[in-house]
Design a protein around this ligand. Sequence first.
Ligand SMILES: Cc1cc2nc3c(=O)[nH]c(=O)nc-3n(C[C@H](O)[C@H](O)[C@H](O)COP(=O)(O)O)c2cc1C
Length: 194
Amino acid sequence: MAESDDPFSLFATWFAEAERGEPNDPNGMVLATATPDGRPSARMVLLKGWDRDGFVFYTNLESRKGLELRANRAVALLFHWKSLRRQVRIEGEAALVSDAEADAYFVTRPRLSRLGAWASDQSRKLESRAALVARAAALEVRYAVTDIPRPPHWSGYRVRPEMFEFWQDMPFRLHDRTIYKRVEDSWQLEKLYP
Ligand SMILES: Cc1cc2nc3c(=O)[nH]c(=O)nc-3n(C[C@H](O)[C@H](O)[C@H](O)COP(=O)(O)O)c2cc1C
């Protein structure tokens, strides 16, 4: 199959170029979620793994995004690689990764990130900065000698794409837009006006 017929091959090429060309967080992506009645919200997350099964990020399951995902699995992802003048949009459904997969990733995180997963009640009201610092200090003591387990409220989601759009800046604003829609086991390709 030609690279241009397969959105995963094309993503691999563009992502490798972004890893070489972007000074900061080439794996940063916007994650858009929505409530069941269609109120959207968006924030950045980091892509921590991807393959033909989907695109994986990690987060706090009790955060705003976590609660929205619990009620509505439809999401959109957006990469913008400014230096390359490229954008990739992905739409699909998010599903929790297995506990084993989340555990395997959690142990690779730096110690402070692992403690941070325990310290933060992500997206809930913080009374003071001091409260957060005190919590982090207490966790340092609590896990001074023992392993830091993965918190039950911290895991990953895998977004299985149903649609990709690859956008490439072109001269005279005649940008190239290629859409790939999943049709059973293959991908239907079309071009859009920019
Ligand atoms: C570059 C960048 C990367 C981020 N990566 C993550 C991430 O991988 N997971 C995460 O939970 N939050 C990440 N954040 C923080 C989120 O953008 C957001 O503030 C947080 O997850 C709370 O979002 P929510 O209230 O919508 O759930 C990142 C922020 C930035 C700016």
